[in-house]
Ligand binder design. Structure first.
Ligand code: AMP
Length: 121
């Protein structure tokens, strides 16, 4: 099982601005926010990519979305809306190999997300 920086955050070996924690999941602010609100929801169990989600992990992955929605409600942006996405591998833009739900909010978010780059291809 490979450790990442997120393992260190789970183990409190490095600091993070933690928003929520339970026995299965942890949510903390992204260190390089891409929106006025940008936090990550991660499982405490190491799952390397979306491709590595096993049948036994299905409820855990659903739990990450539930945590995102609880925080959205608590912080008051649930009704305005937000984006909750996971990147997978290189073309998906994944840089930390421990699955994480990005939750972005606080402004209207463009779609598709890489429209400008597509226009130049
Ligand atoms: P991804 O590129 O989808 O793998 O997302 C990884 C995310 O982790 C990026 O948005 C980073 O800004 C974020 N990140 C990396 N290190 C930390 C850290 N120590 N604390 C909080 N967020 C981090």
């Amino acid at each position: 099982m490979s450790d990442t920086i997120f393992t260190k955050i789970i183990n409190k070996e490095i600091p993070a601005e933690i928003l929520y924690e339970d026995e299965l999941a942890l949510a903390f602010n992204d260190i390089n926010p891409q929106a006025p609100i940008h936090f990550l929801v991660i499982p405490k169990k190491t799952i390397i990519t979306i491709n590595d989600i096993e049948s036994e992990d299905k409820a855990l992955v659903g739990h990450l979305y539930w945590v995102a929605a609880q925080i959205a409600r608590d912080k008051g942006f649930a009704d305005d809306g937000y984006r909750a996405v996971m990147n997978c591998n290189e073309n998906g833009g994944q840089t930390v190999y421990h699955i994480h739900l990005h939750v972005l909010a606080g402004k209207p978010l463009g779609w598709p997300p890489y429209q400008d780059r597509l226009k130049t291809v």
